[in-house]
Write a protein that binds this ligand. Structure first.
Ligand code: UDP
Length: 377
């Protein structure tokens, strides 16, 4: 039996940040991780052609939060990377988020100014004062034709739900631009870690007070663990309460089936991510990793993403029904002392990476404010 102060379940963003913070406070930390690697869904590796590839889909870091930016810079150098996405719509290729080029290309318009684009949007949008769901959110911004061409079927493929069955916030993640800006995000800091995300996590976890048990399912070893002060759980919240008779309703999650193809040519597509918002194919997008950081190789590989029900949970499904089920789990979670639920799966929230960093840092701050102050003074 190992003695330690802090037990953390999961070595993704939330678990790794908390581990590091407690380790620096002088606490001994044990992380239990089910998978055979650290870094959660950010895990990346070099493939046989030497191309840095993410195992669980492309991860693009972007933030406006200076504290988070400063924090991640302590553990890696970062190079600026403005992510761009294009979509194949009908027989055309257009930027997503929708911008002037998207409208000109799809509708043969000749818009050149922000004013003209605003007028076009104004003429086409279907106004909703307070969009109640994803469909209203998109109609309110771009109107019916673009909704149908670029959002309706993509969303069905991604969530197995149409936009009207999802919170407005899901579709509101994607802005609409009245200019030529073709970046996917607008945040002040947009960057990728030099050497990859796995290296970043290795650096976060590189502390003598941190021990990691890989290939270990917490629920199979929990009886054999010693005493500890606090437990941080970052897995799916419903799995934690799997034997609780009061909590029978399961939360929905979406997983992704990543289908990889090796291609014996230099490039497959003109951009790292190409979305396929139509019904003609079942996958949502194709990612060609060598574009990230302009990696060089005579060969390439691509990954088609098919979003599916079964498999490891990646996405919570934000809608009213799941929020109600989650609220029941949260009630139980709040009754526990010294057990904290943190991260995308445990909080059942569609966090971006920077929000996951922020939440873990904030939780630590909230719990340990006095200890941190004592240490500093
Ligand atoms: N979306 C869409 N068409 C697109 C891209 C996104 O309809 O070409 C919708 C879809 O519902 C998706 C949501 O916008 O789930 C958020 O997209 P984002 O790219 O943020 O999803 P993620 O990268 O997290 O999978």
């Amino acid at each position: 039996m190992i003695d330690f102060d802090i037990l953390i379940i999961g070595a993704g963003i939330s678990g790794s940040v908390l581990a590091r913070q407690y380790a620096e406070l002088g606490k001994s930390v044990l992380i239990i991780e089910k998978r055979d690697h650290i870094a959660g869904n950010c895990f990346d590796y070099y493939d046989k052609n030497g191309i840095l590839t993410s195992k669980y889909g492309a991860h693009l870091f972007h933030t406006n939060d200076e504290e988070v930016w400063e924090y991640v810079n302590k553990f890696s150098t970062w190079y600026p990377w403005q992510h761009k996405v294009i979509a194949r719509v009908d027989d055309k290729t257009v930027p997503i988020p929708v911008n002037i080029t998207t409208v000109n290309t799809l509708f043969g318009e000749n818009i050149t100014t922000e004013r003209e684009m605003q007028d076009w949007l104004q003429r086409n949008r279907v106004a909703f004062d307070n969009p109640k769901n994803g469909q209203e959110a998109v109609l309110n911004r771009v109107g019916e034709v673009l909704y149908d061409k670029m959002f309706r079927h993509y969303t069905k493929k991604q969530w197995d739900k149409y936009p009207e069955e999802l919170h407005a916030s899901v579709l509101e993640r994607i802005p609409v631009r009245d200019n030529y800006d073709d970046r996917y995000f607008s945040d002040k800091h947009q960057a990728l870690p030099r050497g990859g995300y796995t290296k970043l996590f290795e650096n976060i976890l590189d502390h003598p007070n941190i021990q990691i048990l890989l290939n270990t399912d917490y629920f199979e070893v929990q009886e054999r663990l010693g005493c500890f002060e606090k437990l941080f759980y970052t897995g799916p919240i419903d799995r934690f309460f799997q034997f609780n008779e009061n909590l029978k309703e399961k939360l929905e999650y979406r997983s992704i089936n990543f289908v990889r193809e090796e291609i014996d040519q230099e490039y497959f597509q003109e951009s790292s991510v190409v979305n396929y918002p139509g019904k003609e194919v079942d996958f949502t997008r194709i990612v060609e990793y060598k574009h990230f950081g302009d990696q060089k190789s005579g060969k390439t590989s691509i990954v088609k993403e098919y979003t599916v029900d079964k498999g490891e949970p990646y996405y919570p499904v934000p809608n009213q029904k799941n929020q109600e089920i989650y609220a029941q789990y949260k009630l139980e979670a709040d009754k526990l002392t010294d057990v904290y639920f943190v991260g995308r799966l445990a909080n059942y929230k569609y966090f971006n990476m920077d929000q996951a960093f922020k939440n873990a840092l904030d939780l630590f701050e909230e719990l340990e404010v006095e200890n941190v102050e004592n240490r500093v003074h």
